[in-house]
Structure formats: C-alpha cells, structure tokens
Design a protein around this ligand. Structure first.
Ligand code: PHE
Length: 450
C-alpha cells in the first residue's frame, strides 16, 4: 500500500471538489466567520476579506495544488522532491506540525458539536440558562474528552479507509447534505419577524472598525478557512490527475468556501436579532447564542437546533479528515507505513495532544501559555496566526522565486481549459501575496505595530 504508485487518486472531478471544499468549509465558516465579521464591522470586514481572498488566497490555492500534483507527494515530500538537500522541506514540516496542532483542538470543538446534537434535544426546556449549560459542559474534566475521542475516532475511521473509499466517498455525500441543511436553516432564520435588523447588522459596512487588528483577522481567516499554508492542498493536489483543471477548480473551492461562510452569517444573525440576543458574544455565538435562539423559537426549535449542530459536525468532520490526511500522507509516503496503521497511530497522538486544550477550559484554565490566552486559544494562535501565514508566505516565495513561475504555470495549465495562469498570476504569487502576508504577519507577532 505504501509505495508511491498506490497512493490513491480522486475518482472524479466532483469527488475532488467535494473533498477539497469539504476541507475548506468547516468550523472556520460556521463558527469563526460569523463572529469575527460581527466583531470587525460587518460588511466592511467582508469586503477586506474578499480582497485578501483574491490577491492572497486564490494564488496560494493554485500554488499548493500545483506543487502537490507535480510531485505526487505529501507536504514534506513535495519539497524534498523539488528542492532536494535544501532547507525548503522545513516548510512541509511546519505544515505537518500545523495540521497536528490544529486537529488536536479542532477535534475538541468538533466533540462539543456532537455533544450539542444531543444536548439541544434535552435542553429545550423553557428558560434554560444556555451560558451555564455551556460553561458547565466545557469545564467538566471528562465529558468533553469522551466526545473529543468520539470525534477523533470517526475521523480516523474515514482516513483509514483511504482517499477514494474514505475521504472522497464520505465528502461526496456529506457536502450536499451540509448545503441542504444550511438552506433550510437560512429560510427559517430570514423569515423570522425582526430578521431584517440582523441582516443590516451583518451586512452594513462600518469602516470605523477596520483596524489593523481587523486586517490581521481577515488575513488569518483567509488561510484558516481555505485550509492554506500548511500543505493540506499540496496533499489533496497530489491525488489529482494531470487532466484536471487546477485554475478552475481553485475558483470553485474558493467560491464555495466563501459562499458557505456568507450563508452561515445569513443563518445566524437574523435569528439572533429576531430574538433580541446579543450578537457580539464572540466564540460563544455558536454554542450559547444559537441554542438560545432555537430555544426561543418554541415549537420546532429543537428540530432546527439539532439540524444546526448536525451541520456543524459535518463541516468539522470533512475538515478534520483533511487535517489528519496531511500528517497521515507524510507518514505513508516518507516512512512507508501502511495507511491504516499511520492514520490510527497519528490519530491517537493527536487525541492526546488535544487533551490539554479541553482541560484548559476548566481545571487547567489558570494555564495561559501565550498572551494570556487559554491553552486552546494558544494552540490556535500558534497555528493560525503564526504557522499558516508563515507557511503560506514561504510556499508563495518558493513557488514564485525558486521553483519559478514558468514551471508552475506549465504544470498548472496542464488540463486548464477556460482560464490559464499567466502574467497576473506571476505578480500575485511573487510579489503581492508574500508582501501582504509579511506585513500582516509582523504586525500579528507584534514586531510591527501599524
Ligand atoms: N478550513 C477549515 C475550516 O475552515 C480548517 C482547516 C485549516 C482545515 C487548515 C485544514 C487545514 O474550518
């Protein structure tokens, strides 16, 4: 199973798109995007987000898929193949590390989601105190760990089954399910009396909130949401055949990810306002405000609440699969392990590394490793604000300046039909995106304060 010829390959274009969009669409869209949009000025933030998406997200999406398909290797192997004997493989390493770290806490939150499918059914009592329900749950030292284990076990099971029979097969049925559930919830939400106010809050631009911090958040969100900067798309690109159209597929992935993020806001804000809740509750928006909204809906609320958390878990699962696949593909390709053993052992290790992030909500909440953040937020800070942008910048610099845009375009345009990568792409990947990331990155780690 582990020799390079038998690594697996996507069976259809739809299968690849489902898997790659499944990776991109995740907690980042359903949970993170709506609350940071609310925090940083609604429509104004969305505008900046879309600009970064085009000038940074799109070129790096292409670059990663191209590196993967060219080398047919994992994140580390891709650099080892193209730049043997140079330090560039460190970029792949950083990616594997980021995948490891992100999945460890992602799975904890995914576990909360599974627990809430059941909790929503039982806590639909009148006047339930959703703040306390949530706090009591996440501060409990054991229950969330059990759900973390359940979430990880499902992820491991799918990755063990392989690229076609696991990742592709499940993504092809989970992603349409996600879309249908989202549409049902939006229709319910925007038809509530008082929903218009929520729409206005969500979409009306407030440029006064567009601070340097907001720009940083937008950039970090682009990387996190598109699964970029850590070799995830290198890995998924490595299972692409030569006649697949990379520039168009990249547009598809970027567009569907953005559409779902925008729709998630459309689902949440009208409902939040219709029931007079507080929209700026930060990360708690999903687990506190949303259940409270469904609760307030009365009849039918439990049904929509359960649907919401099923949606959340599906989104999280298809992303978790891709995170585990980054590390698994590395072990399979480079260490020649059997896929099943690799996925299982890596999954168990990631589960263990995730335990402190769960305990950090309760008995270990006094541990604040970085900038006063709890353990989960510290992991997230290292991965999303440091490793992903740094990885993305190095991927852009490597592809544009070292491997060279000519070779990139040659590979990227194989199979490209309607749009071909040309001079504009060269400028984006060589100059614009690395410079943008660099400025924002320095700002984020506090060296440069804009
Ligand atoms: N893109 C996923 C989300 O939005 C998270 C993720 C990040 C997945 C990096 C893979 C790699 O939730």
């Amino acid at each position: 199973m582990s020799n390079g010829n038998d690594r697996g390959q996507w069976q259809s274009r739809a299968g690849f798109i489902a898997a790659a969009a499944g990776s991109a669409i995740g907690l980042g869209n359903i949970w993170r995007f709506p609350y940071i949009t609310g925090k940083y000025g609604g429509g104004a933030f969305v505008l900046v987000y879309i600009i970064f998406l085009i000038i940074v997200g799109y070129p790096i999406m292409n670059a990663e898929l191209i590196l993967g398909r060219k080398t047919q290797k994992n994140a580390v192997g891709a650099f080892r193949t193209l730049a043997p004997g140079t330090p560039w493989s460190i970029v792949g390493w950083m990616g594997v590390a980021a995948g490891f770290i992100i999945l460890s806490y992602y799975s904890v939150i995914g576990g909360w989601g599974i627990a809430y499918i059941f909790k929503t059914a039982t806590y639909m009592a009148k006047n339930a105190d959703h703040v306390n329900i949530f706090i009591n749950f996440i501060t409990n030292p054991t229950a969330p760990l059990v759900w973390h284990a359940v979430f990880m076990a499902i992820t491991v099971g799918i990755v063990m089954a392989g690229v076609e029979k696991g990742i592709e097969r499940y993504s092809k049925f989970l992603m349409p399910a996600l879309f249908i559930i989202l549409l049902i919830l939006i229709v319910r939400s925007v038809t509530l009396p008082g929903a218009a106010e929520g729409l206005a809050f969500y979409l009306k631009p407030d440029f006064s909130k567009l601070t340097a911090e907001a720009l940083l958040a937008a950039m970090g969100q682009v990387f996190f949401s598109l699964s970029l900067g850590m070799g995830c798309m290198i890995t998924y690109g490595s299972y692409l055949s030569k006649n697949e159209d990379i520039p168009i597929n990249s547009i598809f992935i970027v567009a569907s990810d953005t559409l779902i993020a925008l729709l998630a806001g459309l689902m949440i804000f009208p409902a939040v306002f219709a029931f007079g809740m507080e929209p700026g509750t930060g990360p708690g928006l999903t687990f506190i405000t949303v259940p409270a909204v469904f609760n307030a809906m009365g009849t039918g609320g439990a049904f929509f609440g359960i649907l919401f958390f099923i949606l959340l878990v599906i989104a999280a699962l298809t992303s978790a699969i891709s995170l585990l696949e980054v590390v698994t593909a590395y072990v399979v390709d480079e260490k020649k392990w059997d896929r099943k053993k690799a996925a299982l052992v890596v999954g168990i290790l990631i589960f263990i590394v995730g335990i402190p992030t769960s305990l950090g909500q309760g008995i270990w909440s006094h541990i604040r490793p970085i900038r006063g953040l709890d353990i989960l937020d510290s992991y997230d800070f290292i991965a999303s604000n440091v490793l992903l942008p740094l990885g993305g910048m190095l991927i852009a610099i490597y592809s544009g300046w070292f491997w060279g845009t000519e070779k990139m375009r040659e590979e990227g345009n194989l199979g490209a039909k309607s749009i071909k990568l040309g001079g504009f792409f060269d400028i984006l990947i060589k100059i614009i995106s690395p410079i943008c990331i660099f400025i924002i990155f320095l700002n984020s780690i506090g060296i440069l304060k804009v």
